[in-house]
Design a protein around this ligand. Structure first.
Ligand code: PMP
Length: 442
């Protein structure tokens, strides 16, 4: 009998334990992640993957060689922990490069911190600056992790859209045609606003914010004493002679801006997950607090190799052999191929000024994937799923880059990544051409 009693009370206590919510409140509503779903679909069905943003070509030889030297060279300490806030050679070269770009002396130890990709840099910023109830302005469409990261920190995302205006007659739309309405932007700032997230060049549109647009944002930040989290991971990927302008360089902005960068995008090595933050010590000191209490150390050998990559780039700065000159040149050509092939089949491209993404209008293909009225799922999402399953071409729906309430505002666009080998882009073109032929013959 005592045994039965004991087992009863054990099952009771187990039940009691299992009925208790295990999930922390801050995770409510942020459990779904579209990348998990779309990466799985791409792996299962796609023959050509222009979905997730990563190059399918190799990083430059000088970078790969630097990594090989780091792991097989004499210095076995490169297999051990390095300085937690950034491997000294990397923070030193980043301070030198950004010092030059920003026209100010940077201290490698206090003005630069290395992170596990730009993703961790973003996470550190929100954790460091956002309190319960603080508002953070996010410009739509946006790299989707900003929203859950703000929420996880207890903050309230406040969205303001880039609004498309019609292109000049007979011209393709450009990412520059998507603009902020100054009055609408100003209306989002209040005393509750703690920060704004700026992403220029912007994922997914490829928009490169102009000096006037940045000045508008900067003036509002200064007026309302707001911080700027400036995600500049595509800083080197700008086309047609456009200039990437750093908001931290505008008057009053250095002291309130954290610049975020990524070696993944800079050197076509997204799997290395080396990122960084650059900014004033008054902001970075708090980012270091989050970092030291979460990730603390980043992989040493990858940092060593990235440091050597930057060393080379600093020496070749602005010269034709520089990777920062060559990569955008190659990508611009790839962009133009994809623009042409989409335009030829009637999937109207929005020509991006930067990044390695291109958004295209799928309106003319709607008859293949009929709308389901009152469906919870935005049309572009169903279209992208249908396309990967039926045509083998993986892309990302634009609604991914809008908050829940706005997912149906622009739901007839899909995003392509064109940082791909010529053969991959050709294969995508073949799929689109065949599809178009089938459409016209049916
Ligand atoms: N910001 C933006 C705008 C991005 O597109 C990405 C990657 N897709 C990141 C940050 C994350 O970069 P990383 O891979 O260096 O973490």
């Amino acid at each position: 009998l005592p045994l039965v009693k004991a087992s009863n009370s054990l099952s009771l206590s187990l039940q009691a334990k299992m009925s208790r919510p295990v999930q922390a409140r801050r995770l409510e509503g942020i459990d779904k992640n579209i990348w998990v779903e779309f990466v799985k679909l791409a792996t299962t069905y796609s023959t050509v993957n222009l979905g997730q943003g990563f190059p399918d070509f190799p990083p430059p030889d000088f970078l790969k060689e630097a990594f090989v030297r780091a792991i097989s060279g004499e210095n076995h300490m490169l297999h051990q922990y390095t300085r937690a806030f950034g491997h000294p050679p990397l923070v030193k070269i980043l301070a030198q490069l950004f010092g030059k770009l920003l026209g100010r002396d940077l201290d490698p130890m206090t003005n630069v911190m290395v992170t596990v990709g730009a993703y961790q840099a973003l996470f550190c910023c929100f954790q460091a600056f956002v309190d319960e109830g603080d508002e953070v302005i996010i410009i739509e469409p946006f790299f989707d992790c900003y929203e859950p990261m703000v929420k996880m920190a207890g903050g309230m995302p406040v969205f303001v859209p880039l609004r498309p205006k019609a292109p000049k007659h007979g011209k393709l739309m450009s990412s520059a045609d998507w603009q902020l309405d100054p009055a609408e932007l100003a209306s989002k700032f209040s005393e509750r606003t703690k920060a704004i997230v700026l992403n220029s060049p912007n994922n997914p549109l490829g928009k490169v914010f102009s000096r006037e647009e940045l000045q508008l944002i900067a003036d509002l930040c200064v007026k309302h004493d707001v911080l700027c989290i400036s995600d500049e991971v595509y800083e080197w990927l700008v086309y047609d002679g456009k200039e990437h302008i750093r908001i931290a360089n505008l008057r009053g902005m250095w002291d309130r801006t954290v610049i975020i960068g990524s070696a993944g995008k800079t050197f076509s090595a997204t799997g290395w997950k080396v990122g960084w933050t650059v900014g004033p010590n008054r902001l970075l000191q708090h980012i270091r607090t989050v970092h030291q209490n979460s990730v603390y150390h980043c992989a040493t050998a990858a940092q060593e190799a990235v440091a050597q990559g930057f060393q080379r780039e600093l020496e070749l700065y602005g010269k034709p052999d520089s990777y920062f000159v060559q990569l955008p040149k190659e990508l611009q050509q790839k962009r133009d191929w994809l623009v042409q092939s989409l335009d030829a089949v009637g999937m109207k491209p929005i020509v991006p000024e930067g990044t390695y993404f291109l958004v295209a209008d799928i309106s003319e293909f709607k008859s293949d994937v009929p709308d389901v009225p009152d469906s919870d799922e935005p049309y572009d999402s169903r279209f992208a799923k249908w396309m990967v399953k039926n045509k083998g071409l993986a892309v990302i729906p634009l609604s991914t880059f809008y908050c829940g309430a706005h997912k149906n505002n622009y739901n007839h666009f899909i995003r392509f990544c064109f940082a791909k080998e010529e053969a991959t882009l050709k294969a995508a073109n073949d799929i689109l051409q065949k599809w178009k032929r089938e459409k016209t013959s049916s």
